[in-house]
Write a protein that binds this ligand. Structure first.
Ligand SMILES: Nc1ncnc2c1ncn2[C@@H]1O[C@H](COP(=O)(O)OP(=O)(O)OP(=O)(O)O)[C@@H](O)[C@H]1O
Length: 253
């Protein structure tokens, strides 16, 4: 279980300190899917970055399975069992996709394993596994490879920051199936940041972050009616309705 207590974050911009996140507390229970939504600039990614250790909180504490991780590095948190898919994934020139997946898995993956991870995100393994993780990959391809790196290993908590961003409808449908499978198996907790209705509807609980604070948190059934009429502070969750299912057309599994 993830427990976040009284998390605050301040950043300096042009010499002025600005409070980005203010007294945010919540939990993600074992096997639970918590979807975080809310208006742009509300502080969702900042909260995720603080959990992963990418940013340091000015106040507050974080625990994973009863162990405090607040002062741990990103690497230590990864070892503790947190997986993270960035909103804007970094690129690594000189590294192949299969090498990146092996690094993420923590062991050397066979070609077939790489192909099946890539297939799960709608990419043809044969075409992509030997490509470099550099600027030659499109934004959507990069995003899907990043998500595959999280699928490469079992975590206690997997965090996905707007997995839908830049992804076409067909690949999105495949992605949804993967999230549904993960959720059904309940082997790990999932924190998903999203504006997408289909993702929001998968949640056990929904949390709305607005103006750097938790505006609302509750069970999906209680939260959905107000979200769907835009009561959550111009929540944009109805913008992107997922498309029809499709396969990669890849025969390498
Ligand atoms: N290091 C920083 N320095 C200055 N401002 C920052 C910093 N990090 C975040 N911010 C600001 O904090 C606010 C929250 O940003 P954040 O990326 O967490 O929002 P978000 O809810 O994830 O938004 P979106 O839905 O658009 O992805 C934004 O106004 C952003 O510009």
């Amino acid at each position: 279980m993830l427990k976040v207590e009284h998390l605050s974050y301040e950043a300096e911009e042009n010499g002025i300190r600005r409070r980005i996140l203010s007294d945010v507390s919540f939990t993600v229970e074992d096997g639970e899917m918590l979807v975080v939504t809310g208006p742009n600039g509300g502080g969702k990614s900042t909260a995720a970055n603080l959990i992963m250790g990418i940013e340091t909180p000015s106040q507050g504490r974080i625990w994973l399975d009863g162990r405090e991780i607040t002062d741990m590095s990103i690497d230590e948190r990864a070892i503790e069992g947190i997986g993270f898919a960035f909103q804007q994934p970094p690129r690594f020139k000189g590294l192949t996709v299969s090498r990146l997946l092996s690094l993420a898995a923590g062991r050397e993956l066979a070609g077939k394993e790489c192909c099946s991870l890539l297939k799960a995100v709608g990419l043809c393994g044969k075409e992509y596994k030997d490509r470099e993780v550099d600027n030659t990959l499109s934004g959507g391809e990069m995003k899907r490879i990043e998500i595959a790196t999280v699928f490469a290993k079992k975590h206690k908590l997997s965090i996905f920051d707007e997995p839908e961003a830049g992804i076409d409808l067909w690949s999105f449908s495949m992605l949804i199936k993967q999230f549904e499978k993960m959720h059904r198996e309940k082997k790990e907790s999932i924190l998903l940041i999203s504006h997408q209705e289909r993702i929001i509807r998968m949640a056990d609980r929904i949390m709305v972050i607005k103006d750097g604070a938790v505006q609302k948190i509750g069970k999906k059934e209680e939260m959905l009616p107000s979200l769907m009429i835009g009561d959550a502070g111009s929540c944009t969750c109805m913008q992107h309705r997922g498309g029809a299912g499709n396969e990669t057309g890849c025969s390498d599994e």
